[in-house]
Design a protein around this ligand. Structure first.
Ligand SMILES: *[C@@H]1O[C@H](CO)[C@@H](O)[C@H](O)[C@H]1NC(C)=O
Ligand SMILES: *[C@@H]1O[C@H](CO)[C@@H](O)[C@H](O)[C@H]1NC(C)=O
Ligand SMILES: *[C@@H]1O[C@H](CO)[C@@H](O)[C@H](O)[C@H]1NC(C)=O
Ligand SMILES: *[C@@H]1O[C@H](CO)[C@@H](O)[C@H](O)[C@H]1NC(C)=O
Ligand SMILES: *[C@@H]1O[C@H](CO)[C@@H](O)[C@H](O)[C@H]1NC(C)=O
Ligand SMILES: *[C@@H]1O[C@H](CO)[C@@H](O)[C@H](O)[C@H]1NC(C)=O
Ligand SMILES: *[C@@H]1O[C@H](CO)[C@@H](O)[C@H](O)[C@H]1NC(C)=O
Ligand SMILES: *[C@@H]1O[C@H](CO)[C@@H](O)[C@H](O)[C@H]1NC(C)=O
Length: 574
């Protein structure tokens, strides 16, 4: 919208009289002010241009048949040549140079390789290339390796895992000065790759981490059915680009970082013969980086757009009351870093920024959860790739920042909370699931009691089926994998697993070898309700070998973990 007007406001002063068009440049041949280089299908044109009322001359690339001129790349953007006397030359070694009227070099392309028969072409992608020999496929130099403010199809934005972004967009200073402005659009790879737009050295806004299709905060608008975005991973870094899927609707597209720092996606409408802006970032006030501070979610539909995550409370209540939420939120209760910790699942979320995240693209969500539980500073986990039902592991540590609600396309994230932050207002659906969980537990416990009581009556060798549940529960517990059993049974990676985990834990406590370690009935109820911390269970009293057959004393003790009472009291309390 705005940029459409801006484009209209850009007046380029071209002198078309006696202009000459070339398809290639060879050494000793120079391109003067009125002369241009044209791509083979005539899509792009390269040459000198300047701005109205200015003697500054730039060598740039634009769409040949679109007016007003849409400049997509400028060679000497920081160092204009003066007056109408500049020249573009290809040296014998294969370097492109721009000379000003007095023969001084104002700009030069850098290629380390020395050419034998260098030649310059403008490709129909808009890439200006130097090749060694006309039929060579190897480029000694290409403009696509030096992006300006425009991201074209076929171009790549690149970032090294160690040294950071090295191919990224930089805005113009203003609409008639292509010199490097203060804004940059890049893929940050300090942690898991994410898109960031910076103002100088600070992040202005981010569309979030890559999710396999797009960046997490990007809307799956019309663009997504027309363009295929891709992030290539190597051991050293990433390469991000896009290609058009369906070009019958439009013939050209570009992404531009404008001088005010906004990112706009344009499609050229063949029907209307104009550029349509199909998306523009930042979308709204929630988009500005970390606008709500840490551990909170920005929801643009709320009166107070910043909302603390469950279990967190505003750091500065006074500031929050005056609608300043940038202080963020702090945990109400410290994590205990044991099996009491649980994860609250949020869906429809733009994932938090990932600069200090950890990832492994081949782990599953279950493995991801296990890893997170093992590290006390891990505060959240999610799939790194949402394609094909989700894969990969993304972990966050300490505070998380820059989340927002993203209802239609948002992702799922699991936030770690302490034992005491369980939501007391359980909804009906959850209650239903808990009942299912309890029933499972009761069935298991019934089997246990039945098996045990039989053994109490003098059975020497318990049947394998009778021992199976205790054996499995204890084995998985020891291997720190009890949730896996539950996840397999219930296909649920969230709260219910933690509920069941607690049931197994209580169940194991009820069958401890030493009767003194077994909880009494009232403790069991509190434990099942999550109102009492669970001690660590040791080996159950009656599952391995004849030596462990419990003494008659314990049968009485055991009855304190009575089935019916447990189920009834637990359900009543919910
Ligand atoms: C280019 O000019 C230099 C010096 O004038 C000359 O030695 C060289 O042969 C020329 N090269 C071509 C390809 O014409
Ligand atoms: C540009 O042209 C002006 C006026 O014709 C002249 O004074 C000036 O020296 C020229 N500058 C260069 C760098 O050629
Ligand atoms: C060319 O390379 C040199 C040395 O690596 C560097 O200083 C210079 O800025 C580069 N020039 C361009 C136009 O990239
Ligand atoms: C960019 O940073 C400069 C200098 O810190 C500041 O004056 C300007 O307001 C910032 N621009 C935006 C859009 O945030
Ligand atoms: C998008 O590109 C990726 C690789 O770059 C490719 O594997 C995938 O099939 C493409 N998707 C479509 C819909 O063409
Ligand atoms: C391509 O776009 C045209 C026009 O919008 C549409 O009719 C067609 O179904 C699209 N094809 C694909 C493969 O998306
Ligand atoms: C990711 O996890 C897999 C499976 O555990 C392992 O083989 C691989 O080495 C890990 N990759 C990295 C980069 O840690
Ligand atoms: C937890 O993860 C952080 C960040 O990756 C790491 O620095 C720390 O060593 C880990 N702690 C443990 C106990 O593995």
């Amino acid at each position: 919208m705005e940029s459409q007007q801006i484009l209209m406001l850009i007046f380029f002063c071209f002198i078309f009289t006696s202009s000459h068009q070339y398809t290639l440049i060879t050494p000793n041949q120079s391109l003067k002010y009125h002369e241009t280089l044209v791509s083979s299908a005539g899509t792009f044109e390269a040459g000198f241009f300047d701005f109205e009322n200015s003697r500054r001359q730039y060598f740039g690339i634009w769409y040949k048949s679109i007016l007003p001129r849409t400049i997509v790349w400028v060679a000497n953007r920081n160092v204009p040549a003066q007056n109408s006397t500049a020249l573009l030359k290809l040296t014998q070694q294969g370097h492109l140079v721009i000379l000003d009227g007095s023969g001084g070099i104002v700009w030069s392309s850098n290629s380390s390789k020395v050419a034998v028969k260098p030649v310059v072409h403008l490709l129909d992608s808009g890439n200006l290339v130097v090749k060694d020999g006309e039929s060579s496929d190897n480029f000694l130099w290409q403009s696509f390796n030096y992006p300006g403010d425009t991201f074209l199809e076929g171009m790549k934005l690149k970032s090294d895992f160690v040294t950071g972004p090295y191919q990224y967009l930089t805005s113009w200073r203003n609409n008639d000065d292509p010199a490097e402005g203060e804004f940059s659009f890049m893929i940050d790879t300090k942690g898991y790759p994410q898109q960031v737009t910076t103002n100088g050295t600070t992040i202005l806004y981010s569309t979030g981490p890559w999710n396999g299709y797009l960046f997490s905060g990007v809307s799956w608008d019309r663009t997504f059915s027309l363009l295929n975005f891709s992030m290539e991973f190597t051991n050293k870094g990433i390469s991000y680009g896009y290609e058009t899927l369906n070009s019958s609707e439009f013939s050209m597209t570009r992404l531009k970082l404008n001088p005010k720092g906004a990112t706009e996606r344009f499609l050229w409408s063949n029907k209307r013969q104009s550029w349509d802006v199909v998306s523009s970032y930042p979308i709204d006030n929630c988009e500005y980086f970390a606008t709500c501070g840490v551990n909170s979610i920005c929801n643009i539909n709320n009166l107070l757009k910043c909302e603390c995550l469950q279990g967190f409370t505003p750091k500065f209540q006074a500031k929050r009351d005056s609608h300043d939420s940038s202080g963020g939120c702090v945990r109400r209760t410290k994590l205990s870093c044991d099996s009491g910790d649980w994860f609250k699942e949020y869906t429809g979320i733009k994932l938090p920024e990932t600069s200090s995240s950890w990832f492994n693209r081949s782990l599953s969500l279950k493995e991801c959860k296990t890893l997170c539980l093992r590290n006390c500073s891990c505060t959240a986990y999610a799939n790194s790739d949402i394609r094909d039902g989700g894969s990969g592991c993304l972990l966050w540590f300490h505070d998380i920042v820059d989340m927002r609600t993203h209802t239609n396309q948002g992702q799922e994230i699991h936030i770690r909370l302490s034992f005491s932050e369980r939501d007391p207002r359980r909804n009906k659906k959850r209650l239903a699931r808990i009942v299912v969980g309890l029933v499972t537990f009761i069935v298991g416990l019934t089997i246990l009691v039945w098996a045990t009581s039989k053994r109490m009556k003098g059975m020497k060798h318990p049947k394998p089926g009778e021992e199976f549940i205790i054996y499995e529960a204890w084995r998985l517990w020891n291997e720190e994998r009890p949730l896996e059993l539950m996840d397999e049974i219930l296909d649920d990676g969230g709260d219910l697993s933690i509920e069941i985990l607690r049931c197994i834990h209580v169940g194991l406590l009820c069958v401890q070898q030493n009767p003194e370690n077994r909880p009494n009935m009232s403790s069991v109820v509190l434990m099942l309700n999550g109102e009492k911390l669970l001690p660590k269970p040791s080996q159950p009293g009656f599952y391995i070998g004849k030596d462990n057959i419990a003494d008659p004393e314990s049968s009485k003790q055991y009855e304190r973990c009575s089935i019916n009472e447990v189920s009834i009291s637990s359900l009543e309390m919910r």
